[in-house]
Structures are given as structure tokens and as C-alpha cells.
Design a protein around this ligand. Sequence first.
Ligand code: SUG
Length: 450
Amino acid sequence: MSTEVTRELNFDGLPGPSHNFAGLSPGNIASTEHAGDLSNPRGAALQGLEKMRFVQSLGVVQAVLPPQPRPAVGALRRLGFQGDDQAVIRAAASEDEQLLRLCASASAMWTANAATVAPACDTADSRTHLTPANLSAMFHRSLEADTTTRVLRRVFADEARFAVHDALPTVSHFADEGAANHTRLYSSQGVTHLFGWGRRAYKAGAQGDDYQEPTRFPARQTYEASRAVARLHQLGQRALLWQQAPRGIDEGAFHTDVLAVGSGNMLLLHELAFVDTQELLDELKQRLGEEFQYCLAKQGELPAADAVAAYPFNSQLLELPNGKLAIVAPKESQDNQAACRYLTRVLAEDNRVDAVHYLDVNQSMKNGGGPACLRLRVPLRDSDVTHLGARVVLDDALYSDLKAWVERHYRDRLSFTDLLDVAFLREVETALDELTQLLKLGSVYDFQRP
Ligand code: SUG
């Protein structure tokens, strides 16, 4: 089994029926800017599906993860609202509208935050390890972890092949945002798991360093969380922890993947992605040898503000069957001159990248989620793929089934007042119940359980 080739699957989160713009994420500039806009959940899901189909057409194995039921009435009950579902929703809306917004987000679509993954070929016990992210930095996102864990345990059920850990304790000390802060790089010389982190929970651990934190926006991922995930995944020396540049976070790079993306021997990064950029690049060269390549954007070429607005680094850097790399970028980075110039330079330089494709995922972008946020990368052996516990690998039949399902159940406009009617929640539950059957997932949602 260990000599089998490992290939990366992209598990995209399907945008959910409650997709809306609520301005829930301070430090995520797009989320703040679009607060209150009318959303189009159907458009969002169809854009997501088209991206999945496009990636699949490049010869990359594509898979899908389901949305989560929202509004999360269970969470509102835990916060003291009582009565039947309609009463709970009404009471929340009249007492604290923002709480209802927080419990109604379709944020599970950004599966780069669903978990961190280490492939079997890198771990001490030769199993693929997944640690669901607790997402404790943002309340609305922390609501995802339990259902995500359940879903991942269904999909990766075979314990001889996969280990799905519990999420880290849901406290600020171990705030974990998943793969959005993790990049696996490799060459014929070695493998490195680069974990970006934003702050230290234990400040005394930074004594002697010229340690700084962002001052304008929150740093979400802790050093302690990254260390724990590296430990759970038995990565040993293969893990490399590096701090995100505080100034980058203050410019709106709330996750590492807003200013950097890597795949195989190649890293695309902005100079405000990490602290001590040159030292990081030297360290990676040491670990990966001469094969290591990077394309660094400096402020003069691509101001961080443009990178944050247009998301050229939040692209997918996909390894194709012919060994080349293709970039799947958001169309916003084609329209932004500096971002487009940078990606054109990446393409022109002597490296494995031989195509840039611009796709429309604008509904997700307006909440700060580009192509890379929408997918969780899971490198698997071919035999693992045949041992997945649900119908999640995209083929023509699943694509058509999902498209028809979206067209049957999703609204093409959604505003805050729509969330107040329990009929909307019932609509979502009916849709998701049908989806779990379509995906052969079993009962994973609270409303499906006794
Ligand atoms: O956590 N937006 C998400 C975007 C996540 C992007 N993921 C990666 N960079 N990998 C977040 O900030 C906004 C929801 C709203 O405002 O309605 C939101 O949750």
C-alpha cells in the first residue's frame, strides 16, 4: 500500500441554501464591505458546482462536502431561547438580531477551514490524518465543527486508512482555522508541512524574539494550535511553523491562504504573508533542495490591498496529470491590474505553471472566500478513493444530480427577513435531508437524529 501513488483530491464545500452577506468576520474586508447585500444562494451553489466541474475537466479528482443546516436553532437554544423552532428564531431576532445572523451563515462552504490534512505517505502510522478545525476565533464558524467532524467520519470511515481526530479544544488558546493556514510542499528531497500561525496564546514563549501581533484585526490561528495539529498528525521534523506577518493580517489577510499558495515544489507568496520572508525561503530551500521554486510579490509590484481585494493568491495551484501546474484564480484577479500582472508573471517564468484560468465565484468572494477557500485538499492513494464511505467524488452523474438538486431547492435571493420564517428552515432541512440520501451519507445533521 505504501508504494502507491498519492494524488490530491479537492473536496469543495457546496454553498448552502442560507448563503447570505451578514458582515460577520472582522478582519475579512469583503465580509465587512458586503454586509446586508441581497444574496443569491442558488447562484453561489451553481458557481461552486461549475468550479468543481472545471477542476474535474483538468484531470484532477474532485469531490464535494455538503452544506450545514441553518439557522442553527440548536445553538440558539443553548443561548437560552426557548419554545418551538419558530419561537426560538423570533425571540432571537427580537432580542439580538446579530445572534440570528451568526447562527444563519452558510460559512461551511469554505472547506479550506474544515480541517487540516496529512497524507498517509507523510505520517508515522501511514494513515491519512484529518483534524477538523474548531474555528473558535469566530462564533459563527465554530458552529461548523461538530457537523464537519461527523461528515468527515462518514466519508473517511475506514480506520485502517484514515484517522479523523477530534477538533482541538474550542478555546482561544487552541484557535485552529484548518488547512487555510497549512501548505504541504515536497520535492524528491523531502516534504515540509508549512503551518502559518497568527498569534501565540502563551506570550512568554516568545520571550527574546521581536514578537509582534496585529493591532487592527484579529489573528485567528494560534501557534499552540498549529503545534498540536502537527503532533496529532505525527509529522515530526516535517512540520515547519512560521508566523503570518502581523501587517499582512492588518491589511486583511485573515488566513495564510489570502497571501500565499503552494503545491509540490512551488510557492506563490506575497512579502506580507509571513514574517522574515527571506529566512523562510532559505529554510524551504534547505529542506526541499534546488527543486524548490517560488514567486514572491513585493508591495511595489502588488500592494497587499490589491491582493486582498482580488485574491490572486487564493487560487488553486493544481497539479495536472501531465506534471504541469494550473492556476484556478477568481475573475476579480483578472480585472485587477496588479494582480493580473503578477499571475501573468508567474505563468511567464521558468516553472511548472503552464495555465491560468479565471473563474467566477463572486458570491463566495463577496464574503472573502476565493477558489482556494472553497476546497479542502486531501492527498489520497487510488485505493483510498475506492474506500471512501459516501458518494462524494464528482462524476457526470453526481454533477447533474447536484445541479438538479440546487435548482429544485435553492432560492435565488435571500435577505435577513427571509431567515425569520420557520418555513425557510423547513425548506433547508428538506433539501439537506434529500442531499444526504443523494450523497449516501446517512444521518449527519442534528435534525436527522433522534
Ligand atoms: O471565515 N467568511 C469566511 C471566509 C473564509 C475564507 N476562507 C479562507 N480564507 N480559507 C471567514 O471569514 C463571512 C460570512 C458573512 O460575513 O456573512 C465569512 O464567514
